[in-house]
Ligand binder design. Sequence first.
Ligand code: HAM
Length: 424
Amino acid sequence: MKIQAIQGFKDILPGESVCWQHIERIARDVFHRFGFSEIRLPMMEETELFARSIGQATDIVEKEMYTFADKGITLRPEATASLLRAFIEHSLHLLQPVQKLYTIGPMFRHERPQKGRLRQFHQLDAEIIGAEEPEVDAELIAMADMIVAELGIRTSLEINSLGCPVCRPAFRQQLVAYLRRYTNELCPDCRRRTGSNPLRVLDCKNPNCRKLVADSPSILDFLCPDCGSHFEAVGRSLERLEVDFTVNRFMVRGLDYYTRTTFEFIAADLGAQSAVGAGGRYDGLIEQLGGPPLSGIGFALGMERLVLLMQQRITARFAPPVRLDVFVAALGREAAGHSQVLVHHLRRQGLKAAMDHGGRSLKAQLKQAGRFDARYALIIGDNELERKSAVLRNMTDQQQTPFPLNLDAAEESRRLALLIQPTD
Ligand code: HAM
């Protein structure tokens, strides 16, 4: 029986990983420019952590988690809860009043796989803990915007406010009253949600539900003065930073911990799974998880969706993962022995070097050098070894020059490194 990867779990092949590395490089670079530090977290946590943060009545906790029920542990469906657990456990707030942290890695949700939706997917996650000013919301959103822009991806940004425990209950009450008038017309999921999680009805994809909620009360009309002025200040600050956005009052998030600002980066080209990234503020959550009363805000960008959107993906797929500086083509036993030591020293000199150990013909080896996109080929046969002169071929213009050998591989490698200079 052929064993294959399980549904919703995907291999990232060598050609594709070039694109992933590029995304990670850009993201880390932007994170560091904004003063973020990396935190690496375990992939499993106590199930209770997710139930208490993401929310018992959310789709994620209700039906999408990979849980080992007998052990009470779960593969993380997102990074925020784990990051806050670590923040609290190690009292990181004592190190700095405002902590800016990021983490990159796989998350697990048992959803129905489709384009841009997997069961193991990867997030670039960033969180700012200990700052409640609206300017911080704007700065964080601007950072996500910068990552996406530097990857050459076009998105539109939508923002909303979900209020706070002071103002949201009144909205929720009005919304439930409104939805109850249309119970029979709502889809079965929304009928259930009206009781358990009514805000989720607002972003139901069912066309009929969408039509029904078009005239529902707006959360923005219910914001308390503090939440209202916070939301306005976020908008003003985004304008100052020249980040375009639209307000979408129907945007609610699939996680219960949000307060005030929420946002999503949408890419039209993605089809149904159109959110490239999303996040929001979660004041109160850290305290709720047993930590100090600090506010927080963060986002996560979905890496699979970024990869899908990157134009470079087409070429990256077939590009060699590393471009070699030099391929040593050895012909004959003696030459192969010397070449192995030479290649080792070339790598010590910082050059990307390789050779073939299969005793193949010169033609076959040069073909291999071409497949690696090598800049140079160094041809060493037993005859060349005897004459103490190899042939250095520039693979771009096919020019050949003699390269003197003295059978001291370390010295030869230093000379060759000076001649062809390592690439990054
Ligand atoms: P989320 O909206 O659940 O938020 O996920 C963020 C992003 O992860 C999505 O916009 C999407 O790009 C990607 N994503 C989610 N599920 C999948 C999937 N099944 N397959 C592929 N990509 C997926 C969170 O996870 C929050 N923790 C974000 C956050 C951080 N809020 C505050 N801090």
